[in-house]
Ligand binder design. Sequence first.
Ligand SMILES: [Zn+2]
Length: 208
Amino acid sequence: MTDSSSVTEQRTERAAERSCLACRKQAAKPELLRLVVDEEGQVLPDVLQKAPGRGAYICWHGTCFSRLRDKQLAHAWKRTSIAAGQVVALPQRVERAVLMLCRQMLQRRLSLLSIGRDAVMHRMWAKAPMLLLLADDAGAALVRQVRDACDKRKAAKLKTALVIFGDSATLGDLVQREAVSVLAVDDSPASTNLRKYCLWYGQLRETE
Ligand SMILES: [Zn+2]
């Protein structure tokens, strides 16, 4: 009977939904960002959703951070006093936290990365599913070249996940280079979290 009880637990876990502080939309807990408050009343991101204490949730999207108001934070933690200026400080804290995770994961894969246009274009015909990170200041010609190659991969039934990341300086910093416009890594099951964090970072920068 152990099996059936663990299946039930998994189902409960999957069904757990929370609503976003800002837009009130409901989503599965792992799809949202958990926020916690420290003893100084600072609201902090809990990306791994493991920190103790009461949590509140928000979409991984720039629009929800720009909509967030002090009164929504106060309402979420009724018995805790929230320090001033949290709505302004939070987006940067979240970006830093998610970038740190992306950096750690990319550093562990440094030898597996293709960095820069030539290396990435060369890798486009590798059969393995590919995760592509493209800087949002990559330049029209490179963006077109990458998108064309992605279309050809799609036609050849090769899987490609294309994530529009931050600027090339931020992307470069993750892999200890000055500036990187594009990089590629195999999109294996081991890269699931990397893909998720990179996607979230991209979404944080969107405001529509
Ligand atoms: Zn939201």
